[in-house]
Design a protein around this ligand. Sequence first.
Ligand SMILES: [Zn+2]
Length: 523
Amino acid sequence: MVSTASRSLPIRIVIAVVAASLPLNVSTQELVGANVDFVKNAIDEYRRNREGAILADFVELLSMPNVAVSLPDMERNADYIIGLLELRGFTTRRLRAGGAPYIYAELTSPGAAETILIYSHFDGQPVQEENWEYPPFSPTLLDGPVQGGGQPVDIDQVEGHFGPEWRLYARSAGDDKMPIIALVHTLDALAASDIDLSVNLKLLLDGEEELGSPTVGKLIDENSSFLDADLLLFCDGPMHPSRRTQLVFGVRGMTTVDITTYGATRPLHSGHYGNWAPNPIMQLSYLLTSMRDESGQILIDGYYDDVVPLSELERAAIATMPDITEALKDELSVHTPEGDGARIEELIALPAINARGIVAGGVGTKGRNVVLSTATTSLNLRLVPAQTPDQVRKLIEAHLAEQGFHVVFEDPTPEMLRSHEKVAKLQWRGSGYPALRTALDHPMSLRLTRLMRLIAPDLIVTPTMGGSLPLHDFGSRLSAPIIILPLANHDNNQHAENENIRLQNLWDAMQIYGAVLANFGDM
Ligand SMILES: [Zn+2]
């Protein structure tokens, strides 16, 4: 921790605190609390007078097509973003490791001892333009959600304030160009009020996240000296549906396998051969039920051995989260969720075997009365700390062997099928990646949580999200703990048509960035 002696609070703030008649022996926490309010108000006031200008910058950035496979598009985006950053005094570098460009930017703050690295990405998912209500690269402001009948608003014609529930529709409005726009205007707002950053600020803006950031590992390896930081704030993904400010401390890992089982080498008449010919669909069904039970509990020997259970602190954090179980059941018409009554937030902290598809034969008019030759399932395996894709792979292969399968990795020959009771072909899709979870009681976690509670007293602390992000690429290479700060509305439609950002989320993001950057070093 930085002592207040090595970096004192701005005099202005101390004066403001005294003027507010707080006792002179106020604790650091209270001083920071007062400064948080001061910063939030300063940013709010700045923003209220410039909403149109902020949105104009955002519209310009969102007008640039940004599907990562188009390198010229990504370069144009990078040029524009680098321009925005250099205007604010950042030193920038365009980094490449064989794929789309990344942007590294750095803003040092005199007297700051620590560095926060912020990640976001400026590429977006491909678009199917015909499904969009308004063209994805012609950003359109609506006075409400499109499905609620929101109508277009001309940004230049707005007098007074923009409605907080208005939404800007465009690809990447929510995922994930918003943090870039929020940040640069936050810095303007801080500068306008003479508020110093309490930390050095570094940015890593990814130009190929939606492709799975294929070169990020190499890129970090080649540039690790720049990326040195005390905390990595990962600003991507949607916020909690309650709209409460949220910190997320982990993600699940993932790996995928297709499994094929075999009957006779050609489909056989089910009347003449049924009860004699081995049935691959039934074999696959028995195999799947041997892997997990109806509640989702995995039955594979040793599957939970590497799993780090939730800590008491993590359980306590989950217990204070809004319970969405009943709302989910209603919304999704579910009578009995899996998991034997455990909360969803606890269940997503466990490994999962999700059968994402089964392909075999046909149904309805495509059904034939045969015993098939093959059946295939695709399993999407969600991993949690400290499982590794390699270990999971070994356990699954061992389980198949234990179930009597001869395991192969290419199409089996007729001789192979003739000489083994049961054969299964496994196709591992990609190498997968492990999960990541930062401890809630890591010193940086505690400091950020404390500060965020001053910014948003009803903060939600989420030990892990259920989804997977390749954060391990960062976690295994950088020493900084990683904490996810989601800023986009949960209903931003990311990856789909009609992606949008709710304006209040953009304004809130500016306040959060401002209060964090101005105060983190003083916590
Ligand atoms: Zn994203």
